[in-house]
Design a protein around this ligand. Structure first.
Ligand code: PEP
Ligand code: MG
Length: 325
């Protein structure tokens, strides 16, 4: 198996009926970088910047952040990297940051909420990212955005830092793409407003599924009760893919969901043309996509999504389809 996957490294990720579904990597530390070459990933679809903060014993200096981001961009070369700004709070705790007691940390003061309330932290991170991206394309996305106003404020920080760097004669990125994670259900009902503003969206299915079903992602007692390959979650993923198509903006999905082959088939059928997965999943997911007829998968999946009896087993039907083809 491993040898078979290794042989696929240089094969483009194109389905049997000619649909490109780019496979990117989820990463977060320097040790992840060799995976780009090893897997033949199209890029880094999610770089979790909080990991550098989580393994440090104090806030990393801006120079240390800059060094990491440059190393990541250097390792990626021509391949795109999407940096997610700090996603701390909730389950991602910094030992050196005074935490306030929260009844529901997952619903609490975290990610972009913390970033906007403590703009010094977000500003210095954005500055490090912009400087690392000098002379190249830079992609930045914000986690846990729940309302367009938050996105506007976060984007304004990027604009402000660009102006600052320009005024001080620093080199700037050739282009900056600014996007958001779709991981809070409220964004599902603001997709048109978001896509009028954002350059791209990336579905964070780990959190989106957690919040859709009100089931703690780290508590298997409850998280396992709900199958994301069922109508509610799949309809949510479809909404995002369709909104992206309407606006002509790139949509990707970077939660663990895409790392499983059958789930990747469903996402391709829903219209996803870019997925970001764990390094070990690139081989198995690519092997599956190479054998997939997306048009046929759509024909099977879409009617199931529109079924209103509530009795269809989408996973079983999709598995039978995958085995038969
Ligand atoms: C997600 O929520 O799906 C996601 C990719 O972010 P994280 O797992 O880091 O919360
Ligand atoms: Mg998340």
């Amino acid at each position: 198996r491993q040898a078979q996957y290794a042989a696929l490294r240089t094969r483009p990720s194109v389905t049997k009926d000619g649909v490109h579904v780019d496979l990117h990597l989820n990463a977060g530390l320097l040790v992840d970088l060799p995976h780009i070459a090893e897997t033949g990933a199209a890029g880094i679809g999610l770089f979790r910047t909080e990991l550098q903060f989580m393994i440090a014993s104090t806030f990393p200096r801006i120079s240390e952040q800059l060094k990491l981001y440059r190393a990541v961009l250097d390792a990626a070369g021509e391949r795109p990297v999407t940096f997610r700004t700090l996603d701390i709070g909730g389950d991602k705790v910094l030992p050196y940051m005074r935490a306030i007691e929260e009844e529901n940390p997952a619903l609490g003061w975290r990610a972009i909420r913390l970033g906007l309330d403590r703009p010094g932290l977000l500003r210095s991170q954005v500055r490090a990212l912009l400087r690392a991206g000098a002379g190249r394309e830079l992609r930045v996305m914000f986690p846990m955005v729940a309302a367009v106003e938050e996105f506007d404020l976060a984007r304004a920080i990027v604009e402000r830092e660009l102006t600052h760097l320009r005024r001080h004669g620093h080199g700037l990125p050739d282009r900056v793409f600014v996007g958001a994670m779709v991981e809070v259900p409220s964004l599902l009902f603001q997709l048109d407003e978001m896509l009028a503003r954002a350059d791209f969206l990336s579905v964070g299915s780990n959190d989106l599924v957690q919040f859709l079903y009100a089931a703690d992602r780290s508590n298997m007692r409850v998280a396992d009760r709900f199958d994301p390959l069922s109508a509610p979650a799949l309809r949510a993923f479809r909404m995002v893919a369709e909104a992206g198509a309407r606006h002509g903006k790139p949509i990707t999905l970077c939660g663990e969901l895409a790392s499983r082959p059958l789930e990747a088939v469903a996402l391709a059928a829903l219209g996803y043309r870019s997925l970001s997965v764990s390094p070990a999943s690139i081989g198995p997911v690519k092997a599956t996509l190479l054998e997939l007829d997306v048009a046929a998968a759509r024909k099977v999946l879409l009617p199931l999504l529109d079924d209103r009896t509530g009795t269809v087993d989408i996973r079983a039907t999709l598995r039978a389809f995958a085995l038969a083809s």
